[in-house]
Design a protein around this ligand. Structure first.
Ligand SMILES: [Zn+2]
Ligand SMILES: [Zn+2]
Length: 175
């Protein structure tokens, strides 16, 4: 197993029988802090590289822990996330990096020595972040009357007729 703090795969390290690349980098290095989530643990990447003719096939996972504010009860919670990542690098005799129109298919000149996966890892994490983070799928949220966290207490508020309009609004905008 190869280990590096830099998210760069070096092609000379890919052996005929395949190799595993492991990376562990702080989220700050990926400029992920700005996305409204916190990342208390490093971003872990494990990639298997397999040679096949003029191609190297990379397959693996990106995982970490996120800290977010629940969209319903506003409590902070932590949750592990993990996503598959795969891409193919094809080596050509001439030309530089080419836009193939396929994000998972990269063309490089045969003289290329390495490939930086930082942006790819960053995008993989961002795609995996929940649009509406919930501490639990069953989170009861806050009481619309008194603001108590209904996961922790039963405030006993009774809903009157005006709440029906709020329900409609909540259906429109999501609770
Ligand atoms: Zn919640
Ligand atoms: Zn209440």
């Amino acid at each position: 197993m190869l280990f590096s703090n830099f998210m760069k795969v070096e092609f000379r390290q890919v052996k005929a029988g395949g190799s595993v690349f492991s990376f562990s980098v702080p989220a700050a290095d990926l400029e992920l802090e700005a996305e409204g989530f916190k990342f208390p643990e490093p971003i872990e990447v494990e990639l298997t590289a397999t040679k096949s003719g003029d191609e190297i096939i990379f397959q693996g996972t990106v995982s970490t822990l996120i800290e977010a504010e629940c969209a319903r009860c506003l409590e902070l919670f932590e949750k592990p996330i993990s996503s598959k990542m795969q891409f193919v690098i094809q080596f050509m005799d001439v030309g530089g990096p080419e836009d193939t129109g396929d994000d998972d298919f990269v063309v490089l000149p045969k003289t290329a020595e390495d490939y930086d996966i930082t942006n790819r890892v960053r995008e993989t994490i961002i795609l995996e972040l929940p649009f509406k983070p919930l501490c639990e799928v069953s989170c009861k949220g806050l009481c619309p009357m008194c603001g108590e966290n209904l996961n922790e207490t039963d405030c006993g508020c009774t809903q009157d007729k005006t709440d029906e309009r709020w329900d409609t609004l909540r259906q429109l905008f999501g609770d």
